[in-house]
Design a protein around this ligand. Structure first.
Ligand code: FAQ
Length: 310
């Protein structure tokens, strides 16, 4: 097997579903494509801590606070696995953060919306983590080894996140009329941005061609979006939530739901810096990155001292 791998070209490995590893020869375009995607993914996990972090001190019980803290901590950890996976491609974490701060790297559209009520924490777990899992399960089979392995671990944690969100929603839908209304209002606001997380329609997705050729993606943006909808609609029905899409309809032939039009203009605005919270998210990240500078410097100084004493 080793001999086969050693003598096999990049595309042969891809065609035979052999993972590409950091020291393997790979085309520059593959490397660049992965750095873009993995760094965006890492930034999303880290920026995604902000809307939820906003609710730690206001969680309605000690149990809810503990669960939320653990979840947010997990998201930070996911960011770290992903930054490490991207670093194996030859980019430093500092450079990735610089690109984020300069607006050259993106992060998921979804984290530019505010978490206004406790029900939003339920909607984020249920819908946002739910969408993230559908996407990430398919990425467990992505062709770049470190990214695929990071996804396996991340998916295990995300499924707990999705359940904690659904539990919050189910609990509220079992509550007073006001709580039910609050839960429905959260779904009304998060449903469409969650659908946008899967990216533009396949016909408008410039990176999909190369992503399929190199098996970075094995399911398209639209396929994954459909999968998410099919999985989520029955969950909403069980607890009495309404999906805010008058055109949502079961298609017997496709054995899948047809959905209404997505507002791609809103998506473009949000991913290009003009969403409700883009500025706030970035200012917050820059501020705490600066405030943490002394920790990074101290760690570096300690590492150098150890080197000198060895
Ligand atoms: N947001 O050609 P495509 C989470 C951009 S993790 C912003 O289709 P591709 C956990 C795209 O970058 C959520 N930008 O691109 C959590 C490209 O722009 P560029 C993050 C988007 O890469 C939960 C342009 O549009 N997950 O939620 C988005 O083939 C709760 C054209 O798009 C990942 O990142 C978007 N939604 O497909 C944490 C998964 N969609 O770069 C905390 C990994 C597209 O040319 C709390 N990523 N764009 O300037 C992927 O699977 C893919 O990158 C896609 C996009 C599917 C997102």
């Amino acid at each position: 097997m080793d001999v086969l791998i050693a003598g096999t070209s990049f595309q042969d490995k891809i065609d035979h579903d052999i993972n590409i590893e950091p020291k393997d020869v790979m085309p520059d375009e593959y490397r660049t494509h992965l750095i873009r995607q993995i760094s965006q993914h890492a930034h999303s996990e880290v920026i995604g801590m902000q809307p939820e972090g906003n609710w730690i001190t206001r969680a309605p019980s000690l149990r809810a606070k503990q669960i939320l803290l653990a979840k947010i901590q997990d998201e930070g950890g996911h960011g770290l696995y992903l930054y490490s996976a991207a670093e194996t491609l030859g980019i430093s974490r500092d450079e990735m953060i610089r690109q984020l701060h300069e607006g050259k790297a993106r992060y998921s559209n979804i984290f530019n919306y505010p978490a206004l009520t406790w029900a939003d924490i339920g909607a984020i777990g249920w819908l946002v983590d739910g969408a993230a899992i559908v996407n990430q399960v398919s990425l467990q089979k992505t062709s770049y080894g470190p990214y695929a392995r990071a996804m396996v671990r991340i998916c295990k944690e995300e499924s707990f996140h999705q359940r904690q969100g659904y539990e919050i929603m189910a609990h509220m839908m079992d509550g007073t009329a006001d709580q039910k209304q609050m839960a429905q209002d959260a779904v009304n606001r998060w449903w469409w941005p969650a659908l946008m997380m899967f990216g533009p329609h396949d016909s408008d997705s410039p990176h999909s061609g190369a992503a399929f050729r190199w098996k970075i993606k094995n399911k398209s943006n639209d396929e994954l979006r459909r999968k998410f909808i099919d999985k989520t609609v029955p969950q909403a029905e069980v607890i009495g939530l309404r999906i805010p899409d008058p055109d949502l309809k079961w298609n017997e032939m496709k054995q899948s739901y047809d959905h209404g039009k997505i507002n791609w203009e809103e998506f473009r605005q949000v991913i290009n810096g003009n969403g409700p919270c883009n500025r706030q998210r970035m200012q917050h990240h820059v501020k705490y990155h600066e405030e943490g500078r002394w920790v990074r410097e101290a760690a570096e100084a300690y590492k150098n001292r150890l080197k000198q004493s060895n």
